[in-house]
Structure formats: C-alpha cells, structure tokens
Design a protein around this ligand. Structure first.
Ligand SMILES: *Cc1c(COP(=O)(O)O)cnc(C)c1O
Length: 433
C-alpha cells in the first residue's frame, strides 16, 4: 500500500514512512492510494468473527508488508485490551462507550496502536525518535500513556494553556520519564500549527527525529475504524447511523474508512460545538475557518479541522458528501441542558462531547422521521474527565476511578512557551540536551 500527499507532492511512501514522517514534505496529509473493499467472504460473516480477527482484516491492506502478520496481530491484540460496550439509551438510540481504555477516552486506541507500530519499527533503528503532538485535551494523555517507557521514543506534548481540564492536564504532566509537556499561550489550532511548522524545520527534524502522533498520522487515525466495526457486529441486517462528536475529524473519518471497506454504515453525523466550520460548509459549500472558540467540550475546540480534507477526498464531490454526512452544532447551554435531561430521564450520564453526539443524533432521526435505523453516538470520553464542568450541572459528584485517583497528588511538570515557533524550537532543543 502506498500513500500520497493530499497537497499533491509527487513522492509516494509506504506505511512505515508515512508513520515515521507523519506528514508529506509539502505539509499534506498522507492518504492511501487505493482502498480495496474487503471480499464478500469477510463482509458476509464479520458479525460472527472475533474482534481481533476482523480488526486484522480491516487494517492489513494499509500496513501491508511493513509489519509481518504475526507482529501486526500482536499489536492489534495489545491495542484492544479493553471493552467497547454498546449501551441502549432509549428507543433505537445507543451509546458506544469508548472510554474504557487506560486514559478514559477513545484516543487510547489510536495511541496504543501507533506506539506499538513505532516500537516495532524502532527495533532496527538506532536513532531516537521524538513524537511531537498537539492536544486539545485527550490526545496528549493517550499518547503519554501509550508511549510511556517505550524504548527509543521521547514524547513532547503541546497543549493550550488554561484550555484543558485539570485531570487532562495531570495526565500529560505527571508521568515524567520519556514524556514531557509544554504549555502554549494560545489555542489548540496554534499548537497544531506549531507542530506542522516543526516538521518543516530541517534542523529540528534532524536533531530530534521528529514524528507526530496526531490523527494526521496514519497509525493514529486508521485503527479508529475498529470500534465502528465492533458496533456493527451487533446489528446484523439493520441500517446504522453513527453520530460522532467531532473536532479534528479524525475519528469520524476513520468510520468512513470502515464504510469504504464495505461495512454497512448508512450515514454519519458530525456533531460539533460552536466550532462548526464543517456544519456551515455542509449547508453553504463554503469552507470558512474561524478562530477557535473555547467551550465546555474542549476536545472539540478546533477551528480548522485537519482531517476534513481526507473526508472530501473519500466522497469526491459535494452531493456525495451530503448524502453520507450531516452536520450539527450546539452551544454550551444546549450541551448542559441535554446532559441533564438524559441523566434525569434515562439515568445515563454522558460527558459534554457525547452529549453533543447524542443531541445531533436525536435531532437527525426526528428531522428525517427515521424510526427504523439504529442510531449510535460515540461516547468519546468518561464524564469524570470533565468533572468540574459536569458536577455543577447534575449537582452530584462523579467518582474518580482509581486509575486517575493517583494523579491528583502528583506534581505537574510543564514548560511554558509563547505561540512562537522560534521560542518553541529553543525549548525543544534545550530539552533534548
Ligand atoms: C479528541 C476528542 C474528540 C474529537 O475527535 P476528533 O477525531 O478530533 O474529531 C471528541 N471527544 C473527545 C472526548 C475527544 O477527546
């Protein structure tokens, strides 16, 4: 499998190069040259297949000969060491809970898979690799956990100062060892821009052996297909609609890859907070990014989502895009209200991101008068990660799981940096020494 740059650079790369380089030399995202639908023999019986086996079938063409079958199967098995429960909420609406991994957000899947791929590639390299990653909240924790103590890999996490929750910040800043964090005086988009700039800086790239673990990296992005397929396994012969709380649009785009492989997904809803450039685009065909707005669903505070170009590439033209994708957008007060309503009426506590996914789904089903499809919203993080926002809404405390409890007493360690590339570069080079 070859990957090419969505900005048009002529160089094609294999999976290993795409993982190590993260982004093409022209800043373009890598995209598979060809996506082969799975054979009918797989698609007709995937409902009965073990999780690990179907995951292997889904991803193998994208990894290709770069990782041998036995190793890839081991990586998949280790990645998927937790559950992905489907919880009925009411009528034909279900929550797909993606927060049962070590850092309580869906990003564990991509981070664990990528860390293990990099670990495998690193066995033959003697040079150290530095994973530079921007986070709007949950990526950083998942990447820190996934790469913790992986030999030959250092991780540097950039996060927007004052814009991630306290528990999220602790997940980034308390591990130590090969993990370090830098607070940026700016937004997530600024952090993401700095990462992209770092990749274009030859000196920095050479000194640090830079790669990225954001969803621009194919090893972070593609394994997110798995849990859509696991969910579909439970609904044989049904039309299934997924509503995905979206920020950088990596997660939803992975679901669309599963659809391209032939898995039966009828429609997607991209549920946004007030950072809603895609929602506006879907009605106007005008793509007009705006400055990021801070919200209570901070992991989706992305003004200019990187992965949207992959979605446009998949669906090729505007009418096809509209056929498979709808948008939704809600403000903080709507988010709070629906969170409380579902808690009181159905006794199900959502987090602020899942709440937006739920509401997008419910409104879509009612607008389209669809009473036969199964609607699944992705519950992308555990509510406790946003306890300071959610507790006042529901007027209850949320129990902090033991795995997070130990973070509370640990000391946060972070560097501070302006949203200035030259300053960041100096900080990075200094850390390296
Ligand atoms: C990262 C994140 C999102 C957004 O996912 P994208 O792949 O960036 O669209 C949504 N919810 C939570 C809890 C997240 O951590």
């Amino acid at each position: 499998m070859k990957y090419y740059s969505l900005n048009g650079h002529p160089k094609e790369v294999n999976f290993e190069e795409a993982v190590l380089e993260s982004m093409a030399p022209d800043k373009g995202l890598f995209f598979p040259k060809k996506i082969n639908p799975l054979p009918d023999s797989v698609l007709n019986q995937f409902h009965e297949m073990p999780r690990e086996e179907i995951a292997y079938e889904a991803i193998k063409q994208f990894v290709d000969e770069n990782i041998p079958e036995k190793e890839l199967k081991r990586i998949i098995k280790e990645t998927l060491s937790f559950d992905f429960p489907i919880v009925p909420i009411h009528d034909h609406i279900y929550s797909l809970e993606l927060f049962h991994g070590p850092t309580l957000a869906f990003k564990d899947v991509g981070a664990r898979f990528m860390a293990r791929c990099l670990g495998y590639f690193n066995q033959k390299n003697t040079k150290k690799v530095t994973v530079l990653v921007a986070t709007s909240g949950d990526t950083g924790g998942a990447v820190a956990d996934g790469f913790y103590k992986v030999p030959g890999v250092d991780v540097v996490i950039l996060y927007p100062k004052g814009k991630v929750s306290d528990l999220q910040e602790r997940q980034l800043t308390t591990l130590g060892e090969n993990i370090s964090a830098i607070e940026i005086e700016g937004s997530f988009d600024d952090c993401q821009d700095l990462v992209k700039q770092a990749f274009l800086d030859f000196e920095l790239k050479a000194a640090l052996g830079l790669t990225s673990a954001n969803s621009i990296n194919v090893a972070r992005w593609l394994p997110q297909m798995f849990y859509y397929i696991f969910a579909l396994q439970q609904f044989k012969n049904k039309d299934v609609i997924f509503s995905v709380p979206s920020g950088n649009f990596g997660n939803i785009c992975a679901g669309m890859m599963a659809q391209q492989l032939g898995f039966p997904i009828k429609h997607f809803i991209a549920a946004n907070n007030e950072n809603n450039v895609v929602h506006r685009y879907l009605s106007s065909e005008k793509y007009e990014p705006k400055a990021t707005i801070s919200t209570i669903s901070n992991a989706m505070d992305v003004g200019n989502p990187s992965n949207f170009i992959r979605i446009q590439t998949l669906y090729k033209n505007f009418p096809t895009l509209q056929k498979y994708l709808s948008g939704a957008t809600y403000n903080d007060s709507e988010t709070k209200q629906i969170l409380l309503e579902v808690k009181e009426k159905y006794h199900y506590l959502m987090d602020t991101h899942g709440a937006i996914g739920y509401l997008g789904l419910r409104e879509y089903l009612s607008e389209t008068q669809d009473t036969s499809s199964i609607g699944i919203f992705l519950e992308t993080a555990h509510p406790v990660k946003f306890n300071t926002v959610i507790e006042p809404i529901i007027k209850q405390t949320i129990k902090i799981p033991e795995s997070l409890q130990k973070l509370i007493t640990k000391e946060k360690k972070t560097d501070l940096c302006k949203k200035d590339f030259e300053e960041l570069k100096q900080v990075l080079l200094k850390q390296k020494k």
